[in-house]
Design a protein around this ligand. Structure first.
Ligand code: UDX
Length: 442
C-alpha cells in the first residue's frame, strides 16, 4: 500500500529520504524554502555529491512518484504523513543546537492540517524537543488532537545514504503513549518493505528515540577519539596504532570498525551533535555524565594540530616558505561535504604558518573554494604535488589509497608523504624511495 508523504527539508537527509520513499513506491512531495535547491532537484540534479542518488531521483521524478515544491499548502493538502528532515546546526558561539528550522516547519505546517495527520521527525534534536513539538502541533492545527507526532531518527552516513535509508541497521520510532498506535501503524505502512526484510523495529517513547540518535553519534565519536588517543600513546612509546586497532578489533566486544586512527572526525553531524548533547545534558542537570565528551572533542581537535606538527617537523621544523600538497578536502571519502572538515582545517592551519598549500579533492573543490578561498586549488593530484616539500593525504579517497608513488615522484621536490588517515601502504611508498610518516605509526 502506498502512502502520500511530504518531506520538509531537501538537504542531505531530506532529499535522500524523499527520493528513497518514492523508490519504495510512495507518492512523495519534497518541500523546501530554498527555491534554487528545488529547481535543481526538480530537474533531476542532486545539489551535493552522493553516489547513486541522482539515478534514484531521476527515476522517481520520471515515474511521477516524486515532485518538489515550496508550497506548504500544497504539501499539507496532498500528504497524510509529514516527515521533518531539516537541519539542526550548532548555534553560533554556543554548543546548543539551533532548532529554528525544525520549529519553523511546525509553525508553518500545523495551521494547515485540517485532517488527521502523522508528523514523523527525522532531524537530530535535543531530547525533549519532540514532546514540545507534538504539543505545539496539536495547539496550532485545526485538526487538533488528530495531529500526532512521532520521532523516527535517521542514522544515514554520507556516501552510503541510499543503502542506509533503504536497508538501515534498525528503525527506531518514538511516540507518546496516547499516539503510539496510530503513529506505529503509519510507520509500518511507510516502511512495510523494510520491515518485510526483517529489519529490527524498535518502538520507544519520544525521549528515548531522540536519545538513541545522540547516543549513537556520541559513541561513534568516542570510539574514534579513543583510537586517536591510543595513537598519541603509540607515538610516545614507539608502537603502532594500526596494528593495535587490528588486534583489539578482533575482540567482538570491541570490533574493528570506526577504529581508524588519523586526523579525526568532522562533518555536519558528529562534532555538532556531541556538543549539542553536552549542552542539553547541562540543561537537564546531567552535565557530569557527559563531561567525557569534552575530552572526546579535545582529542579530536588535537588530532588536527598533531598532523600540522608532524608536517612541520617533516619539513625541518618550520613551514615558512615550504610547499605542501594536500590530497583530500572532504571530511570523508565519497562526499563533497567540507563542513568542519579536518582536512581543510589542517590545510588552513598549515597555510597560516607560512606554507604555500595546494589542495586537490576529487569532488569537494567547489565547496572548499567557497569556504576557504585563500588556499590554492589544483586540478589534479600531479598539479597539487608540483614542487611539494611534503604530500599530505587527509581524506582516504580510493584514488589516493591506490596512488602509485612513482606517478608523482617526478613532480615533488622531496619524496616525503604523511598519511593522515592511515590508508596507504607504507612499505610500498618506502620501497619507491619515499620518506613515509603515519599518525601513530612507527
Ligand atoms: C555520522 C554517523 O555515522 C551517522 O550514523 C549519522 O547519521 C550522521 O553522522 P557521517 O557524518 O556521514 O555519519 O560520517 P561517518 O562515516 O560517521 O564519519 C564521520 C567522521 O569520522 C569522518 O570525518 C570520518 O573520516 C571520521 N572517522 C570515521 C575516523 O576518523 N575514523 C574512523 O574509524 C571512522
Amino acid at each position: 500500500m502506498s502512502s502520500r508523504i511530504a518531506v520538509f527539508g531537501t538537504g542531505y537527509l531530506g532529499a535522500t529520504h524523499a527520493a528513497c520513499m518514492a523508490e519504495l513506491g510512495h507518492e512523495v512531495i519534497g518541500v523546501d524554502v530554498d527555491e534554487s535547491k528545488l529547481a535543481k532537484l526538480e530537474s533531476g540534479e542532486v545539489p551535493f555529491y552522493e553516489p547513486g542518488l541522482d539515478e534514484v531521483l531521476k527515476r522517481n521524478i520520471a515515474n511521477g512518484r516524486l515532485r518538489f515544491s515550496s508550497s506548504y499548502e500544497e504539501a499539507a493538502e496532498f500528504a497524510d504523513v509529514y516527515f521533518i528532515g531539516v537541519g539542526t546546526p550548532q548555534k553560533k558561539g554556543e554548543f546548543a543546537a539551533d532548532l529554528k528550522y525544525v520549529d519553523a516547519v511546525i509553525e508553518t505546517l500545523a495551521p494547515l492540517l485540517r485532517r488527521p495527520a502523522v508528523i514523523l521527525g527525522k532531524s537530530t534534536v535535543p531530547v525533549g524537543t519532540a514532546q514540545r513539538l507534538a504539543a505545539r502541533a496539536k495547539e496550532l492545527a485545526p485538526a487538533g488532537a488528530e495531529v500526532e507526532l512521532g520521532w523516527n531518527p535517521e542514522f544515514l552516513r554520507e556516501g552510503y545514504a541510499i543503502q542506509d535509508t533503504l536497508h538501515p541497521d534498525r528503525i527506531v520510532l518514538g511516540a507518546d503513549s496516547a499516539s503510539s498506535e496510530r503513529v506505529e501503524q503509519v510507520a509500518r505502512e511507510v516502511y512495510a518493505k523494510l520491515l518485510a526484510e526483517g529489519i529490527p523495529f524498535l518502538i520507544t517513547d519520544l525521549a528515548t528515540s531522540e536519545l538513541v540518535k545522540t547516543a549513537a553519534n556520541a559513541f561513534l565519536a568516542t570510539k574514534i577519539s579513543f583510537i586517536n588517543a591510543m595513537a598519541e600513546v603509540c607515538e610516545a612509546a614507539g608502537a603502532d596504532v594500526a596494528t593495535l586497532a587490528d588486534a583489539i578489533g578482533h575482540d567482538v566486544r570491541i570490533g574493528r570498525r570506526f577504529l581508524n586512527a588519523g586526523i579525526g572526525f568532522g562533518g555536519g553531524c558528529l562534532p555538532k551533535d556531541i556538543r549539542a548533547f553536552m549542552a542539553r545534558a547541562g540543561e537537564l542537570g546531567a552535565d557530569q555524565a557527559l563531561t567525557f565528551l569534552r575530552e572526546v572533542d579535545a582529542i579530536n581537535m588535537r588530532s588536527r594540530t598533531r598532523m600540522v606538527e608532524v608536517a612541520r617537523e617533516a619539513v625541518g621544523g618550520s613551514l615558512l616558505g615550504s610547499r605542501v600538497a594536500v590530497l583530500g578536502a572532504a571530511f570523508k571519502p565519497d562526499s563533497d561535504d567540507v563542513r568542519d572538515s579536518p582536512a581543510l582545517n589542517i590545510a588552513g592551519q598549515i597555510q597560516l604558518q607560512g606554507a604555500s598549500v595546494s589542495v586537490f579533492d576529487p569532488k569537494a573543490m567547489a565547496n572548499s573554494r567557497a569556504i576557504f578561498p585563500t588556499l590554492t586549488y589544483a586540478t589534479d593530484i600531479e598539479e597539487a604535488c608540483q614542487g611539494a616539500d611534503v604530500v599530505l593525504v587527509l581524506t582516504e579517497w580510493k584514488q589516493f589509497r591506490e596512488l602509485n608513488p612513482n606517478s608523482i615522484s617526478g613532480q615533488v621536490r622531496e619524496k616525503r608523504i604523511i598519511d593522515g588517515r592511515n590508508c596507504l601502504d607504507a612499505a610500498r611508498w618506502r620501497a619507491a624511495g619515499w620518506e613515509f610518516h603515519g599518525l601513530g605509526r612507527k
